[in-house]
Design a protein around this ligand. Structure first.
Ligand code: NAI
Length: 389
């Protein structure tokens, strides 16, 4: 299975902690599941049981195996319990001070060569690691929601992480049936950085009155084969969550205009139109709602699609240029973490780097905004007529 011993300790039993616990137990580990709120642990165990029952009903899992998986997950009432664990995964509230305190406390009870991982979406792993006496044991393991279903896990090395932990984590994640990719500890890691223009540029198109939400969604699904349009997806993620991620990446990037949040997003959050979870977001999910119809204009649809895609590709190319991940990992991350129909660099090869560059140059000239500056790597490669693969 892996060279880690079989106990995995998880702190935080909310949506992510519960999902990760199920994945780890399904891979054969004994799991200690901890939360400051005991009721949440109980809820997590009920949720896991129901998820396993569904797998049994579908014939994907034997009843006996489901029972074993449930029995391997042990609720922990205190932080001193996970002492035998060789892998600790933190999935608690997204606050640096709270996470730092937890890491400092857990470090004291874990065995010498245990790995301490954080599932944070937006905080610096390096900052979390610095709360420990042995920061070299700290790493990021960023799962995607729902953790049981989404294959991608970003393995993030902090500045202090030792050489052995990333390799160990890659092996363990593969043993868990996941698709791990290595990412540098930079804002948004891979997916939450590279995917920003899918939302940001679509919001910009909406803000400028070029098209309405239904038309933008239609354009990206029809011409880009994206499974969901950006507004449908934002409604699913939650507009508050999406806005918070955008703001965090933008501020951590020292307010680079490429990541600037949209006022539309802010207003939606202020109005509590959070998406599906509140019954209303960009779309209206209430029973009496009137369905929005797209304007199915092919020319307009293609303009929207190529604009958003060019911005996405530019972001992926720049992430490659800045060493956030390899070209293979960048493409894998977007297909396995957010279900993109193709890796963005492969997509760039297909439509031609010069075509992408032309679109960006055109936007750059038209708006005169730094937001549309092409990555230096894109310019250099397009000039030499090179491809990524
Ligand atoms: P959640 O709110 O569902 O669960 C967090 C849990 O942590 C709560 O049950 C809370 O009682 C518990 N908690 C708070 N302080 C604690 C402490 N000091 N010790 C132990 N437990 C404590 O949150 P969710 O969505 O599961 O997110 C957890 C982490 O995973 C966050 O860092 C988030 O950024 C990250 N993440 C979330 C994703 C998502 O889509 N929800 C995706 C990937 C990562």
């Amino acid at each position: 299975m892996s060279n880690l011993n079989s106990i995995v300790a998880i702190a935080g039993s909310g949506a992510m902690g519960a999902g990760i616990a199920q994945v780890a137990s399904m891979a054969g580990h004994t799991v200690m599941l901890y939360d400051t709120n005991g009721e949440v642990i109980e809820k997590a165990l009920v949720g896991i049981a129901s998820s396993l029952e569904k797998l049994v009903a579908k014939g994907k899992l034997a009843e006996r195996a489901a029972l074993d998986i449930r029995q391997r997950i042990i609720p922990a009432s205190s932080l001193s319990e996970p002492q035998g664990a060789s892998l600790f995964i933190e999935a608690i509230v997204e606050k640096l001070a709270v996470k730092s305190q937890l890491f400092a406390a857990v470090e004291e009870v874990l065995i010498e060569d245990a790995i301490l991982a954080s599932n944070t979406s937006s905080l610096s792993i390096t900052a979390i690691a610095s709360s420990c006496k042995k920061p070299e044991r700290v790493i990021g393991l960023h799962f995607f929601n729902p953790a049981v279903l989404m294959p991608l896990v970003e393995v993030i090395t902090a500045l202090q992480t030792n050489a052995i932990s990333p390799t160990k984590c890659l092996d363990v994640m593969r043993a868990w049936g996941k698709v791990p990719v290595l990412a540098k500890d930079t804002p948004g890691f891979i997916v939450n950085r590279v995917a920003r223009p899918f939302y940001g540029e679509s919001l910009r198109i909406l803000e400028e009155g070029i098209a309405d939400i239904a038309t933008i969604d239609w354009a990206l699904k029809t011409f880009g084969n994206f499974r969901m349009g950006p507004f449908e997806l934002m409604d699913l993620i939650g507009n508050d969550v999406n806005y918070a991620v955008t703001e965090t990446v933008w501020s951590q990037m020292y307010f680079d205009p490429r990541y600037k949040p949209s006022l539309v997003q802010k207003k939606m959050t202020e109005a509590k139109r959070l998406g599906r979870k509140s019954g209303r977001g960009y779309y209206d999910y209430r029973e009496e709602a009137i369905l929005l119809e797209p304007v199915k204009d092919e020319v307009l649809g293609n303009v929207i699609f190529i604009r958003v895609l060019s911005m996405l590709i530019n972001e992926a190319v720049d992430a490659l240029y800045l060493g956030v991940a390899t070209k293979e990992e960048l493409d894998l991350a977007m297909t396995k973490g957010v279900n993109y129909p193709k890796g963005l660099l492969k997509w760039a090869d297909e439509i031609g780097l010069n075509t992408v560059l032309d679109h960006l140059n055109h936007l750059n000239q038209e708006y005169g905004e730094d937001r549309y500056r092409p990555s230096v790597l894109l310019r250099k490669m397009a000039d030499k007529k090179e491809k990524f693969f």
